[in-house]
Design a protein around this ligand. Sequence first.
Ligand code: FAD
Length: 478
Amino acid sequence: MPLMTADEYKAKLDDGRVVYYKGERIKNVAKDPNLSACVNTMAVDYEMAHDPKYKDLALVEDPELGELVSRYYYKPKNADDLIKAYELIVTSTAISDGYIPLAHDIGADALNAISITAHLSGNQDYVDRIENFRKYMKREDVSACAAVTDVKGHRMLRPSDPAQLHPDYYVRVVDKNSKGIVVRGAKVHITGASYCQEILAIPCRQMVEQDADYAVAFAIQPNTKGITQVVRPFRSSLSPIEFPNNRPVRMHTDSLIVFDDVLIPWERVFLCGEWKLAATCVYNFALLHRRTGCAYRVPMSEHLLGLGKAIADYNGITKAPHVREKLTDLVIYVETLKSLSKAACYEYVIHGDMAVPNPVTTNIAKYHFAHNYHDVVKIIEDLSGGLLVTAPTYKDYQLPELHDYIDKYLSANKKVSTENRLRMFDIVRRMTSADLETICLHGEGSPMAERMTIWMEASKLMEDCKRIVEEMAGIKHQ
Ligand SMILES: Cc1cc2nc3c(=O)[nH]c(=O)nc-3n(C[C@H](O)[C@H](O)[C@H](O)COP(=O)(O)OP(=O)(O)OC[C@H]3O[C@@H](n4cnc5c(N)ncnc54)[C@H](O)[C@@H]3O)c2cc1C
């Protein structure tokens, strides 16, 4: 089957799915004036696959099918495969002005996590199901989201704990029949769910035996009976674009997905009651998705460096010693992220039947990005000065009676026009908003989740290092 075009992808979204936004049911997400910007962002993945400039990066010859498929759905075998996938994410995010298109990457992270879990479980039935599903995703070039985060209820209580206000805070199996399983519950923050073709759901935490009904992984199409999505008013706290430009608007939106007794056919069930495997599945998803997160944050962090340098230049302060220090901090931030992200690919390990990025390095890269993000924003806000939030709007600047005043008094550097300086404040405002701060912290897991993984994964490293100094101290082990 030929690879899907962007238009074909958009046409498939008109399938009766139940999506609500700002108090209204959306008839067709691809045509909705707000959501269509998100659909167009996801469509960039399909455009790249048909663009001679990006085709070689976006696609790969699949030995199993003997045809070109999305690189995302190809199982990585070595460092080269991982590096190419990293470069694909970096490139697609860069051409989408810092928004990863998301048609395949997060879905592929869930697909691969399920596949690793199936291979490690030794359950051939699960292996066959997920490999058949992978074939379908490759052949049909399906867009997919990953529904991992449950609404969770009380954070300190387990899914099955009777002290939870109700038993449905984590998606669970409520019935089984000859056709499949019936699931109930809700997932939250699911990016792209309202404009993709498949929802891949996996558990978001480890489980104990009492939680067996919650150890469930499956794939389901968004228009299936019983699925309702509520998308948050995206960019609600982002400043509007004041200074017009001709670039397409890029953005995503995230869904609360309610599963109200949804039937999942058996061939789409990948985990059902094997509570010990819930941890394997979510651990591998988190690892793969943090690598994805680090890759798409490379262009984002380059944008932050660009903002810092530009606003320092425009304000005429670049040569001041403290400004150089701050810009040097931004360079260290960007280059550390890049180096760690690539190192994670080169020092890969094998999980199940595929190469995955190094767990310690990947988690350190993600933690580095999230932990230092606010300091980076602080530098940019510091270099910008108060005009960042008080500068007159574009409409005021256009008024004949105000234009010359604003032009005269808000200039700073003879090499930069006042309009360009105001434009830079506009983009800094939009790229340092609270929405972005939150996604940088919590996207791909909270900073504590990364630290816990680093602690767990680095136990051998710590023991090895301890042994070295013990030997140096003449301490002998029995
Ligand atoms: C913009 C955005 C997009 C996202 N996209 C997706 C997506 O596509 N798919 C998906 O599945 N998820 C997605 N997420 C979810 C993301 O992975 C979660 O936000 C993240 O895992 C944190 O979970 P939470 O939001 O429920 O926060 P919480 O878990 O409520 O965390 C809040 C605080 O509580 C602490 N905490 C939580 N539980 C405990 C505990 N048991 N003990 C001690 N401390 C605890 C945390 O460390 C943190 O400090 C997205 C999130 C954002 C913000």
